[in-house]
Design a protein around this ligand. Structure first.
Ligand code: GDP
Ligand code: MG
Length: 597
């Protein structure tokens, strides 16, 4: 155990985590040239394009330090707030963390919240100032920021350039010298933490774990504590770029496990693996069942593709346990699914995977968070409302609660004013304001989750000219005045366009929704009235004017039927449209309520 080092990398997106990880692997010759891909730790296509690590993985390397071999387990962490629980479990599996800070950009909110997680778990922090090669780097200033933040000495901050290969050996030495060796009792009953799982279509679920006590052996009868299910450890091993099967993974080490489990739901991140015959008395602390935060309906554009969509969703769920879905139907859209996501990014990823991997064209309805509604009949037991149409009628309603979050925003002092105005507009209440350095301020707000899951981040970037970073964590449900705003097209309520809004904003937003829909809904041969209503009361109205009769004829020169066909085809392909009654609604219309600025 004394020669093992378990560590992760904490960094804001684009500060160089993947590039640095790649360098560490190169330096320790953990990867042959042939095996090497551009960015080793990000191996999902989608992930690479977006530049974020969606799923955490682990990789082992051996580093020879002054003639002695050390085993390093680098545990990768996802870099987005949607996946913060997974980050917390990866951190819990480590004794140390490299804190990477871009020498030009300094510290960002995501870095700070993950740093706090690392400190809570008593991790040794090794600060690394990356990108010192950049002309725009401010190494001295940013070093000051780091020293202020973690209270280390200036000389503890390692200056590096992952791109140019500067400082790599110093980082590797620091991992040996500063990160403590794992502690644990090799003779105690098995106690291992699940920090990640990956779906492999041929082998089933691969579970990634860190052993705290005891050891896990091939063929052992094991138990997952939270799910209370037993399995046989068909294969265990260590993770390099490929998997290396082993007879046993001992206390302190990190490895993978294959049990024949086919469904991601059976392997929960944060769960404890123990010996089925001699179970541990103390599971690893911190297990949580992750709950979806954002809900939306997903419907096939072609109504007859419902079954196909179901199959696709089921397959997606096999490798993404955080995706939940239930069948629902909409008067406007027919049969589809109400889906729960970790956040808006997760929603976008699912939508994109449905299109890419399953060739489905889908419509996603207005996303919303989940509310607790209490009726006059039962003032104690909430009805969980994750679809606006489930909100009880106002006459039966006692009260509604909505989820709140604590938001942390770091910005330059010159943007404090605009950032505050934005947060207040979003029903936020400032709780703290701290100067991290002379011109970097951390603002804390309590805000409704609903206000931030949608367009908040884009707005924040705009008002701060890009100099603001943002992170949040849930703080529970609070009472709120919410109303359901319906949208009527051509006199018919389109349920999939309904939204739950705070009463103070409902009129204004209702008006803006109508204006936005007027822009988005294509003109047709007749006038299309657009109305917003609360109950029977119309609160706003716009009209999409009819096309003049001769217009269609004029725009199609040549072979009209061929062009029509082409149009139909385009509509089916990229252009996601849904016919509701006699009105065509494009996908953007369902998102209009979220993007009103
Ligand atoms: P991640 O999002 O933290 O994983 O960041 P990446 O490793 O993907 O790096 C983001 C971008 O920064 C890429 O374009 C890298 O080539 C670049 N980059 C990473 N490290 C350095 C560095 O030390 N110097 C410079 N100039 N660019 C770097
Ligand atoms: Mg990366």
């Amino acid at each position: 155990m004394k020669n093992i080092r378990n560590f992760c990398i904490i960094a804001h997106i684009d500060h160089g985590k993947s590039t640095l990880a790649d360098r560490l692997l190169d330096f320790t010759k953990s990867v042959t040239e042939r095996e090497r891909k551009e960015q080793l730790l990000d191996n999902m296509d989608l992930e690479r394009e977006r530049g974020i690590t969606i799923k955490s993985h682990a990789i082992q390397m051996v580093y020879n330090y002054k003639g002695e071999d050390f085993v390093f387990n680098l545990i990768d962490t996802p870099g987005h707030v949607d996946f913060s629980y997974e980050v917390s479990r990866s951190i819990a599996a480590c004794e140390g963390a490299l804190l990477i800070v871009d020498a030009a950009q300094s510290i960002q909110a995501q870095t700070i919240s993950n740093l706090y997680l690392a400190l809570e778990n008593d991790l040794e922090i090794i600060p690394v100032l990356n990108k010192v090669d950049l002309l725009s780097a401010n190494p001295d200033e940013v070093t000051d920021d780091i020293v202020d933040l973690i209270g280390c000495k200036r000389e503890d901050v390692i200056r590096a350039s992952a791109k140019e290969g500067i400082g790599i050996e110093e980082i590797l030495n620091a991992i040996v010298e500063r990160v403590p060796a794992p502690k644990g009792d090799p003779d105690a009953p098995l106690r291992a933490l699940v920090f990640d799982s990956v779906y492999n279509p041929f082998r089933g679920i691969e579970t990634y774990f860190r052993v705290f006590d005891g050891s896990i052996k091939k063929g052992q009868n094991i138990k997952f504590v939270a799910t209370d299910k037993n399995y046989s450890a068909d294969e265990v091993g260590t993770l390099k770029l490929v998997q290396f099967p082993k007879k046993e993974i001992q206390a302190g080490d990190v490895g993978y496990l294959i049990t024949g489990i086919k469904n991601a739901k059976e392997v929960k991140v944060g769960d404890t693996i123990t010996d089925a015959n001699n179970p541990t008395k103390t599971a690893v602390a911190g297990f949580e069942d992750v709950k979806p935060m954002v809900f939306a309906g997903i419907y096939p554009v072609e109504t007859d593709e419902y079954e196909e969509l179901r199959t696709a969703m089921e397959k997606l769920q096999l490798n993404d346990a955080s995706l939940v879905f239930l069948p629902e139907s909409s008067a406007a859209l027919g049969f589809g699914f109400r889906c729960g996501f970790l956040g808006m990014l997760h929603l976008e990823i699912i939508q994109e995977r449905l299109e890419r991997e399953f060739d489905m064209t889908v419509i996603t309805t207005v996303p919303n968070v989940s509310y607790n509604a209490y009726t006059l009949k039962d003032k104690d037991k909430p009805i969980i409302v994750s679809n606006p149409s489930d909100l009880p009628e106002p006459t039966y309603l006692d009260r509604v609660e909505e989820p709140f979050i604590k938001a942390s925003i770091i910005t330059k002092s010159e943007f404090v004013g605009p950032v505050m105005s934005l947060c207040i507009e979003k029903r936020g209440q400032i709780t703290d304001q701290t100067y991290l350095t002379q011109d970097r301020v951390e603002l804390s707000f309590d805000m409704p989750l609903a206000e931030i899951v949608f367009d908040f981040y884009d707005r924040l970037k705009t008002v701060s000219k890009g100099y603001a970073s943002f992170d949040y964590s849930p703080i529970g449900m609070r009472k709120s005045k919410l109303v359901k705003v319906d949208v009527l097209l051509n006199g018919n309520t389109v349920d999939a366009l309904s939204a739950l809004l705070h009463v103070d904003n409902a009129y204004d937003i209702g008006k803006r929704i109508c204006e936005k829909l007027k822009e988005l809904i294509p003109r047709q041969q007749f006038d299309i009235p657009i109305q917003a209503a609360i109950g029977a009361k119309i609160i706003a109205r716009e009209t999409v004017k009819a096309l003049r009769k001769d217009v269609t004829a004029k725009c199609y020169g040549g072979d009209i039927s061929r062009k029509r066909k082409l149009l139909e085809k385009q509509k089916k392909g990229k252009k996601r449209m849904r016919q509701v009654g006699n009105v065509e609604i494009p996908q953007e219309a369902f998102m209009a309520v979220l993007k009103l600025n």
